[in-house]
Design a protein around this ligand. Sequence first.
Ligand SMILES: [Zn+2]
Length: 407
Amino acid sequence: MTGALLSSDVLPEPLFRQTLGLLTELAAISSPSNDPAGLRRMAERLATELAARGLTPEITEEDGEGGVKLPVLLGRGAGLSRGPLLLIGHIDTVLPAAPPHLEKDRLVATGAIDMKGGIAAFLGALDLLRHWGVEPPPDLLLAVVPDEEVGGLLSRAVVRHWSAGARALWVLEPGEPAEGGGETMVAGRRGMFQWRLDVRGRAAHSGLHYWHGRSALTAAAGWCVEAEAHSDRNGGPTVNVGRFVGGDTTFVEGLAAQHALLGTEQQLNVVPDRACAEGEARFLRAAEGEHIAGILQTLARNIATDTDTEISLAIGPTIPPVDPDGPQATWCDRAVALAAARGWRLDVERERGGISFPNFLAEPATLPVLDGLGPVGGGMHTRDEHVDLASFQRRIVLLADLLVSAR
Ligand SMILES: [Zn+2]
């Protein structure tokens, strides 16, 4: 996707060139998730850039997955008396860095959009505010984490900790190109829970005592089919059965040793007395999550009664969704209007797949969450990852305009 570059009246050419140079340098610092030294170099470089723009940087070494020490960078505004305007970014990339290069209207670079591009756009926005002679909101708090692309242990902890009392969360992950030449930001993300179904029936010889048997396998299969049938194509919840095992108890409980039975004639004459299935459900609104959990439990009770089997359904902890109609709705409208005033079209994605920063909030519904504020491009996580230069310009200006309206 390529659009016209913004006029130099909006974003002075030298300021844009300088921000592009900064992104090129950041992308050249190799900082894949498994490289603590590279991540530290990246955090230190960013700390210098934040300090130059009036934010007080602090790098702490925290215990990541497996106890590995990894850097977490904070950049604090001068006036954090009210709940902060929290911005979140990550410095880790999936691949180690390859030398960045310009290719027509794009910069091909590791992390160009995911998400050194978003961080660079934010730094560019601070420069643009200075150029306009406008102070950024004094309560800015930028948190930069080193492990978003892997387990996300620190990403979760940092979002949880610093969002307590925050007045908003802005996420510098990339938007997406939209049809017809626009770009997107993200207003909603699905939440989820995982579930595990365990069914016990009664084994019987299928030749001699077929009607005496109670098939756990058939009961579990019936539950799975009905559970998935509650998935709603029109944006409602979805249920996915991820794994299913059925057979006689020794087979199901000793699967690792018993799998050799598959493809043989053994035990096919037994009504299977054991089955388990496990999977997940996803949903865009907290109430829909509770509702679907209730439906799945009722289904388990009803099928247990109908099939004369014992069924237990365990439902795991819920990762909360971000409701696109939550407190960010008015902020999204504002962002769309700000983009339109600069001559480009910003669309709002009402739901983006995958679990990400906003889902790590304790209660996403309590504060406005603006996600996908970073520039668009393509080839994420590949050697072809690139940022669209027109989009990079737009996002610098959009972030600056948003910062002005958040003062
Ligand atoms: Zn990312």
